[in-house]
Write a protein that binds this ligand. Structure first.
Ligand code: NAD
Length: 488
């Protein structure tokens, strides 16, 4: 057996050993194999990185948007060139199927660098006419040092979605990936250096909650962009409050998918499957509460069941696999506990929800996609984020009722509506309290469209030009052309 590799921090344009002297092990969740021994950043490593990021910021923010954009677009093409190599790293770190990772992870990350690289030369303020003798203008200026803290489900994509707009706007970035998926953030750092990024502008710190806490509470970091669960998000917000930082919060969800009786049923089933089983259900915006009109409920379930049972749970590296391994044994236990709870609460397990042993991946955390029917709104499986392949189906009778039930949650990340009735589609979407809504599809996140949550699912938006607003601050400049009025 080969010795696991070392994975470093990345500070000031190069790999760096942790001053803390600590490290942790990164495992492949599908096989249990040790992937690497990872340096863990302590408080002094954070201090050192802030110094590097401050110097990086001075150089980077003095460059023109055109110059910055060229480097970011070069990084996008390097990401595309190394697409398969990076996708395989992502599969080994996360357990997700290789059938998904090249497009959903690597292309999506490259899209962000291409998109924000293109916008970098067009970051601008406004002009305010104040009559003949004065005017004002606004400048969009970078914030300074931004920090990103990521979740483990889309490690490279999350790093890119945060870093591309932050860097386009002239900030420097300190990124901490999840301790469960540490590898591709370092690969991204190497790619950015190769693309010509000055040293200190993009830095990677490895570690878990403790390292995250040092970052979120550091007084010289100007912004935290966090992706993770609501409970951790609350702690990060509290830490950020100590120095009144700017924040973007991309948190969890329990999103509704509403299927009206005039829906194209095969499309609605496809969307429900994408919305629950893609990436083994480990997606924040998943439509895990599926409301199906009572007139088509039984037909919907019959099609859903037969198509779900044809899905292949298997080795994530096999291109024919649809459902890979959950991220860890702990997470597997949590998801299985919800399956047991659903049965106890009186929901009917139509399909799946069982441990699957995969040949060659006997130590993996595989579960067959689970479908519950006869669910009630107040069941815990319908209220709490499970973050695994567990779908809860409920039936409904009328529009107003289903809107109220869909909105009855502390979350508000996403929602979907299936109907052929255009007026109803837009009427219902307008009443749903969720940041991203899909009509007749689910879980598409093109880079040009804002993404983010209502209620406890988040603050701020990622993607689209609006993300630049969240990585800049506005300076208003009043300009006098006439005399100064003074009564003294
Ligand atoms: P998590 O909250 O456990 O961890 C997220 C990150 O926070 C990790 O990097 C972790 O090391 C770090 N962290 C933990 N404690 C911290 C602390 N006290 N201070 C600072 N950092 C700390 O989430 P997870 O299990 O990695 O990811 C799953 C969650 O992420 C789900 O709730 C999912 O919905 C959410 N998510 C949201 C989006 C979105 O865009 N809205 C995208 C992906 C995942």
């Amino acid at each position: 057996m080969s010795r696991p590799k070392k994975l470093s921090l990345y500070i000031d344009g190069k790999a760096a050993k942790a001053i803390s002297g600590k490290s942790f092990t990164n495992f492949n969740p599908a096989t249990g194999a040790k992937l690497s021994e990872v340096e863990q950043a302590g408080r002094r490593d954070v201090e050192k990185t802030v110094v590097a990021a401050r110097a990086g910021f001075r150089e980077w923010s003095a460059m023109t948007g055109k110059e910055r954009g060229r480097i970011l677009r070069k990084a996008a093409s390097l990401l595309r060139e190394r697409r398969m190599e990076l996708a395989e790293i992502e599969v080994r770190d996360t357990g997700k199927p290789i059938a998904e990772a090249p497009e959903a992870d690597i292309d999506s990350g490259a899209d962000a660098f291409e998109f924000f690289g293109g916008l970098a030369a067009d970051i601008k303020g406004g002009h305010h006419d104040l009559g003949e003798t004065a005017f004002a203008y606004t400048r969009r200026e970078p914030l300074g040092i931004c920090a990103g803290i990521g979740a483990w489900n889309y490690p490279l994509q999350i790093a890119c979605w945060k870093t591309a707009p932050a860097l386009a706007a002239g900030n420097s970035m300190i990124f901490k990936p999840s301790e469960l998926t540490p590898t591709n953030a370092v690969r991204l750092a190497e790619i950015l250096t190769e693309a010509g990024l000055p040293k200190g502008v993009f830095n990677v710190l490895q570690g878990g909650a403790e390292t995250g806490h040092y970052i979120a509470s550091h007084p010289e970091i100007d912004k935290i962009s966090f992706t993770g669960s609501v409970p951790t998000g609350r702690q990060v917000l509290a830490d950020a409050a100590s120095s009144v930082k700017h924040v973007t919060m991309e948190l969890g969800g329990k999103s509704p998918l509403i299927v009206f009786d005039d829906s194209q049923i095969h499309n609605a089933v496809s969307a429900a499957m994408n919305a629950n089983f893609y990436t083994q259900g480990e997606i924040c915006s998943n439509g895990t509460r599926v409301y199906v009109h009572e007139d088509i409920h039984d037909a919907f379930i019959a099609i859903l069941k037969s198509r779900t049972e044809a899905m292949v749970v298997g080795d994530p590296m096999d291109p024919d696999t649809h459902v890979g391994s959950l991220i860890s044994a702990d997470h597997f236990e949590k998801v299985m506990e919800y399956v047991r709870l659903g049965i106890e609460e009186g929901a009917y397990l139509v399909s799946g929800g069982e441990k699957v042993t995969v040949k060659g991946c006997e130590k993996g955390n595989f579960i067959s996609p689970a479908i519950f029917t006869a669910c009630q709104d107040d069941m815990r499986i319908c209220r709490e984020e499970i973050f695994g392949p567990v779908m809860s189906v409920m039936s409904f009778r009328d529009e107003e009722e289903v809107i109220n039930r869909a909105n009855d949650t502390e979350f508000g990340l996403a929602a979907g509506v299936f109907t052929q009735n255009l007026s109803r589609a837009h009427r219902v979407v307008a009443k749903l309290r969720a940041g991203t809504c899909w009509i007749n599809n689910y879980n598409l996140t093109p880079v040009g469209v804002p993404f983010g949550g209502y209620k406890q699912s988040g603050i701020g938006r990622e993607n689209a030009a609006v993300a630049l607003d969240h990585f800049t601050q506005l300076k208003s400049v009043y300009v006098e052309l006439g005399d100064v009025d003074c009564s003294y």
